[in-house]
Design a protein around this ligand. Structure first.
Ligand code: ATP
Length: 445
């Protein structure tokens, strides 16, 4: 029988007032409809751990879609429902969302629904979950608001900080749980329980991960690489032998590990700059992991992960360009260590931010990191004040010289030859005059 205790006090203490009220509102609608309503999963786990998480998942014993529609009608929300899965999303006017699921619908097939049947239906639903720590449910109905349901020892595993599956076939049933186990372990600072770890090893030996579709594998990888500090999880994936399922040549060699760890530092630096544009952290880590892959191998890895061709084509060409640039920089530095801003601009211009941060992480030289830093934080924002219309107003006739003069003005800006609009205008006039005759002649041709 489940260990029930009330965590109503905790709900009152740890949640913002609005969130607490929302839980009560959900329970009230459940009371009115005669449906048992639970907050469930990650929300309850994090609540007990004292980790902020307002991502509330609700499970209704019975018809979750009906519940969602009734709740929405009373609280001015919209509903998006998925009939095939008996799930719904309640969308609040401010954009906040709550996922609503239904327990198994066998519930409807038994006419005289007894409380024990209801409870076993919730239990059945929870049994399909990944780990014990995710199986805790809190009742939201008025009379028993805050009552915790713990069928599988989730509270004890939270206490002992263990990630544990519910049964031996869990990873065979859904191999993506291998990645989820690592993700939760590393995020929460837990351990995968010894028996669960053995089950992972045997799942790996049985190659069950080969059965996971590319998109699902990619999705798990992305979720891991988006975690705050993914290096531990990467090390763990390598330890379990998971990387070769992405590509046989993918190994966490010491030099790759260096690039991966350096990636963490580069990203931390980037965040400190508070740059407005978001950077896809997972992409930088993915590039770092694949650092030693040849272009063909990288291509195969992307194909295994079902990365759409349109995207992967772009990634390959950027990756090739980036690695070529790095070689060019090394050669250039051997010739002369003095580098002009316009050269830096020229090297990095056109490469996505993720690729630049990867270059900074994989470069062994301090200078390269400094160049990337200068480009990202300053140079890429540099603009001329004159545009095409401005040049035309200064007397430049339409033609190919627009491009070359604009480029020349940008170089002057980057290298500090001109430092204000006045000087830029003077230089523009000089450039236009220098062979203005030629462009006029060309025009008349
Ligand atoms: P996160 O903070 O990463 O969102 P979460 O616990 O909310 O953590 P989700 O991936 O949003 O995780 O999943 C919600 C719930 O659904 C989990 O608590 C888990 O119990 C269940 N779940 C998700 N994926 C699986 C799976 N592959 N197998 C079994 N249960 C799963």
């Amino acid at each position: 029988s489940p260990k029930n205790r009330s965590i109503a006090g905790l709900l009152g203490k740890r949640l913002p007032v609005a969130a607490g009220k929302l839980l009560h509102d959900l329970g009230t609608v459940g009371d009115e409809l005669g449906l048992a309503v639970y907050a469930i999963g990650g929300f309850v786990r994090d609540l007990l751990l004292g980790v902020a998480n307002l991502d509330i998942d609700v499970t209704v014993e019975g018809d979750g879609i009906f519940f969602a529609e009734q709740f929405a009608a009373r609280h001015g929300c919209r509903v998006r429902s998925h009939r095939t899965f008996s799930t719904a999303v309640v969308i609040f006017p401010d954009g906040a969302k709550i996922d609503v699921a239904s327990t198994r619908l066998e519930y409807y097939e038994s006419p005289g629904v007894l409380p024990t049947v209801e409870r076993s239906s919730l239990r059945h639903d929870l049994y399909r979950r990944d780990f014990t720590i995710n199986t805790l449910a809190v009742c939201l109905n008025g009379p028993s608001f805050g009552r915790l349901t713990d069928y599988f020892g989730g509270q004890q595993d939270l206490q002992e900080r263990l990630v544990r599956v519910l049964h031996n076939l869990s990873f065979v049933e859904d191999p993506t749980r291998v990645f989820r186990a690592i993700r939760f372990e590393q995020r929460l600072g837990f351990h995968i329980a010894p028996h669960t770890e053995n089950l992972i090893r045997s799942a790996v030996r049985m190659n069950v991960l080969n059965k996971v579709g590319g998109l699902r594998l990619l999705n798990e990888l992305i979720q891991i690489l988006r975690e705050n500090e993914p290096v531990g999880a990467i090390v763990r994936m390598a330890g379990f032998g998971l990387l070769p399922f992405v590509h046989p040549a993918l190994k966490l060699l010491p030099e790759i590990r260096r690039v991966v760890e350096e990636t963490g530092r580069v990203l931390a630096w980037f965040r400190l700059l508070y740059l407005p544009d978001a950077c896809e952290q997972w992409q930088v880590y993915f590039l770092a992991l694949g650092d030693r892959l040849t272009t063909d191998e990288f291509h195969d890895a992307c194909r295994r992960l079902a990365v759409p061709g349109r995207i992967s084509t772009k990634v390959f060409s950027h990756r090739r360009q980036a690695l070529g640039t790095l070689d060019a920089i090394q050669r250039r530095l051997r010739r002369n260590p003095e580098v002009r801003n316009s050269e830096i601009y020229d090297w990095f211009h056109g490469l996505p931010l993720e690729m630049l941060l990867y270059l900074a992480a994989r470069a062994n030289r301090e200078e390269v990191r400094r160049f990337v830093s200068q480009y990202v934080s300053r140079l890429r924002q540099v603009r001329c004040s004159l545009d095409g219309d401005g040049l035309a107003a200064l007397g430049l006739a339409p033609g190919p010289r627009f491009r070359t003069i604009m480029d020349r003005l940008l170089v002057a800006r980057l290298d500090g030859e001109v430092v204000n609009d006045e000087q830029e205008r003077a230089l523009a006039l000089l450039l236009i005059a220098s062979d203005g005759g030629a462009s006029v002649a060309k025009m008349h041709h």
